[in-house]
Design a protein. Structure first.
Length: 126
């Protein structure tokens, strides 16, 4: 007599993939590569890019992989703005943004202020 393996639901599989994805993002910081996309993430996780996109949409609240990646980039930029004296342009590059203008747009969308304003605000609190 064989015992059947418990089956996992699609929702559980998406959550497991999302958890692996978050661990990858936090430990290896692939978002610092400006060319990172869902295909590259899928290769890193040994899965299909469609599964990556599906897990992000279902588990993160982000509408797309690029939105998910940019959230990590912006959060990293905020940490650097608060803890270093590096220029805003250098921080944008270090965080994986291809242009300063795109960095400003994404940062403002996330924090409702410019990177310079954010740095001034965090320095006042310190």
């Amino acid at each position: 007599m064989t015992t059947a393996k418990p089956t996992t639901t699609a929702e559980q599989r998406r959550q497991q993939l999302y958890d692996r994805l978050c661990q990858l993002m936090e430990r290896q910081q692939p978002y610092t590569d400006e060319t990172l996309n869902r295909h590259a993430l899928a290769r890193m996780l040994f899965t299909n890019h469609l599964y990556v996109e599906e897990a992000i949409r279902a588990c993160s609240g982000h509408p797309s992989t690029s939105s998910f990646i940019n959230a990590y980039r912006v959060e990293n930029a905020a940490r650097l703005l608060a803890t270093t004296t590096d220029t805003v342009t250098l921080i944008a590059v270090l965080c994986g943004f291809s242009t300063r203008a795109y960095f400003y747009k994404q940062f403002r969308r996330h924090f409702q202020m410019t990177p310079t304003q954010y740095r001034q605000t965090t320095q006042r609190r310190a």
